[in-house]
Design a protein around this ligand. Structure first.
Ligand code: MN
Length: 201
């Protein structure tokens, strides 16, 4: 079965003014679609054709560069759309406690993620992961992620920020730190908390 691109879980303009409608249209409809199409091409007629996206991503380093880049791209973007929403709210409950214990406060987490995102040279992702039962911040190049066999820091992602220029350039131009500051207004904290609970079991 070929992979397909799911619609965004909200309207293209739902994250305005923090992430603009045109960026979301191009990012989802063009960039994410291209990862899906190229992943399908890379696995068509191979032994990998019927594997789940999770299985492909976990073994990406040994399968092929095309699966690593496009399978990673497909997994990462699906995860990213689900990580966001208009009127993001705030972290609460066990997740908030874990953030406070690992980073001092939500601001401490933001600082770490911003540092991870701004120091990632070129294209990549900043991640909040659960590793050995604890929260940690990491980053990956290109479309790698912490689930991959090739990841420098492995863990279960519960939140991630796309720091490719295509994620912010129309509105923020070269100002990646401004984008990294604005995105906290549109975090789907309920989703992050749900992933945290699942990863902590
Ligand atoms: Mn992207």
């Amino acid at each position: 079965m070929a992979f397909t691109l799911a619609p965004l879980p909200y309207a293209y303009d739902a994250l305005e003014p923090h992430i603009d409608k045109q960026t979301m249209q191009i990012h989802h409809d063009k960039h994410h679609q291209a990862y899906v199409d190229n992943l399908n091409k890379a696995i068509a007629g191979t032994e990998h054709e019927n594997k789940s996206i999770e299985e492909l991503v976990k073994n990406a380093g040994t399968i092929s560069p095309a699966v690593r880049n496009n399978g990673g791209g497909h997994w990462n973007h699906t995860f990213f759309w689900d990580s966001l929403q208009g009127n993001g709210g705030a972290a609460s409950g066990k997740l908030a406690e874990a953030i406070n214990s690992s980073f001092g406060s939500v601001d401490g987490l933001k600082e770490k993620m911003t540092a991870a995102g701004t120091t990632r040279f070129g294209s990549g992702w900043a991640w909040l992961i659960v590793k050995d039962g604890k929260l940690e911040v990491s980053s990956t190049p290109n479309q790698d992620n912490p689930l991959m066999d090739v990841a420098e820091v492995k863990g279960t992602p519960i939140f991630g920020i796309d720091v490719w220029e295509h994620a912010y350039y129309l509105k923020y131009q070269n100002k990646r730190p401004d984008y990294l500051a604005a995105i906290w207004n549109v975090v789907n904290w309920n989703k992050v908390a749900e992933r945290f609970e699942a990863a902590s079991k």
